[in-house]
Every structure is written in structure tokens, then in C-alpha cells.
Design a binder for this molecule. Sequence first.
Ligand code: DGY
Length: 418
Amino acid sequence: KQDLIEQARAVLVRNDRGDYTVPTHGLYPFQWNWDSALSALGFSHFDEARAWREIETLFRHQWDDGMVPHIIFHEMNDGYFPGPDVWATGRAVPTSGITQPAVAGFAVRRIHARAKNRALADAQARALLPKIHAWHQWFYTNRDPQGTGLVAIIHPWESGRDNSVDWDAALARVPTEGVAPFQRRDVAHANPAHRPTDEEYRRYIWLVQHFRGLGWDNSRLHDASPFRVVDPGFNAILIRSCLDLAALADDLGEAEIASASRAYAQAGIAAMDALWSETRGQYLCFDRATGELIDSPSIGGLLAAFCPIPEHRAQAIARRLDAIGAAVPYLVPSHDPAAHEFDGLRYWRGPVWLIVNYMIADGLKRAGQTRIVQRIVDDSLRLIEQSGFAEYYDPVTAEPCGGSSFTWTAAMVIEILN
Ligand code: DGY
């Protein structure tokens, strides 16, 4: 155990660039939003100041409207596409123009709660509190303009589950006409069979060009995007962060932020139930452009358990995980192994991701589903022991996929073993 923790620490140290951490050398040479927040959890076990700095750096690049971008291009590197010239967001330190799962509120609450250096933790949390709240406000203002209680993503990259089967139909409606010719860089660093397809990339880039043409004006992008999907996992992360931010605000005596955050979370929790599918025994995504549920049994509908859900729903998700766990040796595959779209190697169309395992386990533990939580934790550690700190893993063979020496995978191992 101590050995694994040491190895995981070495991965974090190797990817540390001082004020931020790269997800992995080569494939992802900048700072990514949710990678950073989750990686800070790993740092916090051996260097609290460094953990705080990671999140502080992320929020230093928050936009004036409150958005926290998904990539911050701290240093130039032509090994990544799409780079700052494609995004053209006009920021002094270039950033992308879209966001990512809002896990920072959760991470900050957790790091603060267990901090040994209380003075530092209070000071850092106090400084971050209004910034994280502004990000949450940004979400509910710009990505839920009708006030449904749930926010939409406008680009698959925002979900963090880039090429999930969930997006197939909605992405197929995104045109590819007028996409400037480009050369992908990811496939030079990772096996192309583990990555999204060229066809998906053309649509990803069409959306980027479209938003760029609208001047990255977030008050317009939601309605102007042909891709508007409500992801239960994404919303669960945001809801959980709102609740954690509320608890933190209570501790710090910030009553206004506490009550506003709780109101967001309550509206979200109430609205989430409409995404439940009795046939699938899990939550599903909702396509806001067509007004229909997306009948795709992915991990997004299981990650919903990261926020409070009714007890009978948590039980149903545990049953669903039992069934999936009988079909593959390693939980939790990012897509139902019984579905014909399942691909155990291709990014978010089947592989296991440790960060999602961690969040699902955390939510189900709170819901009292301890048996399935133990299975998820055991499977996660078996993957690490067999295949190292990969970006993701084949749930059938444990083959390590994508990038190696991966920061957030290592951070999750430190979290799990402490
Ligand atoms: C990538 O480049 O694959 C990232 O996931 C996009 O953020």
C-alpha cells in the first residue's frame, strides 16, 4: 500500500509545473479544469499548500462573466490541437472558451475539512468561496436560461466524457461544412483506436468555430448551439459542489452564499428525477434541442449518485452496477457492456476511469450502499496494480489506455488509500 502511494506521489511530482499540474506529459501539456480540482485532492495528502495553489491558479483564469475555462494554455506547445489560435478567446493568458464539470466546490470543501493547516485552509477557502459561487451562478444563468433546475452542456468536451455514446445523435446534427482543415495531435501521443474519431473531431471543431463567431458571448451561446444536452452526471457534480459550497459557506459565516447555493442544489435535485428511466434502471441524458431523453445507458446516469438522490434510486443504481459487474471483471465501464456501441478501448465508450469510480463510490457510500462501493474500490486498485497509472482502462482486459503516468489517476489512488 505504502509503495503504491509513493508511486502515485511520484506521478504527481513529475507532472507538477509549479503552480499547476499537467494531466500527462505530451498528450495534455496545459492545465485542465476538472483534472486540476481532482488532482488537488491527491496533493492535499502530502502538501496542502501545493493543493491550494493548484485551485488558486485555476480560478486566477476565471472569466469576468464567472466561467472557469476547461483549458488554460499557460505555455505555448504545438503538440496539442486545438490550441489558442483556434479558440481565439482573446485572453492575456490564452484559455479555451468552454467549461468542464464543476467539481472544484466539492474538492475545496473536502480539502478544507481535513486540512491540518487550519489557518491556511480558512484563508484559501475564504478567497475561493465567492469565485466558485460566481462560477455556479454563471452555470445557472447561462446554461439554464429557462430555469429548469438543470444545466446543459453545449460541447461534448464540456462533459469531460468527450466521445460518449450519449452524444452520438446530438452530435450528428452538428454540421461539418466550413470547418478549416486541421491536423490532430492527440493521435501522435496516444493509440488512435483509444481516441475519438476524425468525424467527431470535425464536429467538435465546428462547434468551436461557431462559438468563436459569436464572440464567446455566453449569454448567446446556449440558445445558438445545435448541441444542448442535459447530462445527469454533469449536473450531479454541480449539485454536489453547490451543497459542499453551502456547507463551507456555513463554516465561514457566509450566509448569503450558503442559502443561494442550497437553493440551486434543491432545484437541481428536484429536476433530476425526470431523467430517471425505469426501463434502464438508471438516469439518462436529455436532449434539450429535441426535448427527448437520450436512451443511452452510459456512466453519466450512474454518476448521478454523486449528489443526493432518493434511497430507492440509489438501490436501483447499485443493482445496475451489480449486473454490469457480472458482465465485466472491472467496474465501472463508461458504457453498458451489453450495448452494441460498447468499445472497451475507446475513451468514453467503454473504458473505466478512476475519477468516475471515485465519485460514484463516494456518492453511494453516503447512500449506504457499502457492498457495491467495496467492489468499485477493489476493482480500482486491481487495475492500478496490474496496469499502472493510466488515463483509462479496458474493463474486460485491464489494458491501460490513452496517456500514461496520469495525474488524476494517481491522485485518486492517494485518495482511496488514505
Ligand atoms: C482532449 O483534447 O481530448 C480533451 O479531452 C479535450 O478537453
